[in-house]
Design a protein. Sequence first.
Length: 365
Amino acid sequence: MPSFLPAALIGATLLLAPDVAAQESGYRPTFRPETLKRTGTANPNIVMVLGTTHLANLPKSFQPAVLGPLLDRLAAWKPTAIATEDLSGLQCDALRRYPSRYAETVETYCYDPTPANTATGLDVPAANAEGERLVAALGKAPTPAQRRRLAAVWLAAGERFSALVQWLRLPPPERRAGDGLDAPLVAMLTELAGRRGESSQISAVLAARLGLERTWSVDDHSADTQDDPDPAVRKATDDAVVRAWDNPASRQRRANDERLTADLGTPGGVLALYRSMNGPDAPALVYRSDFGAALAAPAGLGRGYVGYWETRNLRMVANMRDVLGRTPGTRMLAVVGASHKGYYEAYLHQMHDVTLADVMPLLRE
């Protein structure tokens, strides 16, 4: 291919190439957003991150009732918004339009809002707009009919845990069909209220207790991609990452989990588990066992996985920042799988108008 660069410039480029590589490897930006915080305000945006195990994966002997003291401590912090590790209805609606890439993602992470769309006559975007309108119009003493209607609309919006918040805020005798909730939707909410999951047993319960009108679904799977079509490449990648995960840090994590989950029959055991997952050394242990190990896999076979993970966390934090920007002065509790906690806090710390709060004082014995 002919070159259109002047010969002198080509020569200069060739002469500088080795030094450029060295400079690139050691470059550090001088602009550091985390040093330029908005300070001196009476109403800062504050985020507290609670790293959690996925409650659905705990032994069957685990009973959500033992979460009581954890909920008491979180409620005492008085969050005004709760972010959950769920895909928003709007993102699921978008992913459904690209099935060649996201069919498996939708099947795994999105629930089908069609019954609620039919019951309310609203598609997902319209239901999200209507949900926000209804929240703004609730007033100080919403009627049970208003809450039932809002629950139905949140289900149509793809925001089932926000719907559960409205359901839990109803007096038990008012948890019935009507105002857009038909019998199948009532059955869905009843099942959701009993589901063993942190979004139902921690986030929605806490939101209802605190008088909030919804939770915020901030998970993101738009970085999901189809597996490589070549089965040999898929196997080589999977094998390399699995081998990388077989390391001392992973064995330490498993031992910790086995020890701590064996004592979940008491509130004290639950608090011990959460102290372990949220301790200052926990993110580094997660990195050594998982993402750092994958990054060091031979032939760079773990780099795609790590790229997906970083992208997902960046987009999750961006979703949280969007919520904070809507109402400056928000106190946000983010409930998320413990492997995300270190990334959440590192990325949030870079933001000018976000202050982090340590959850550990709430978890002390």
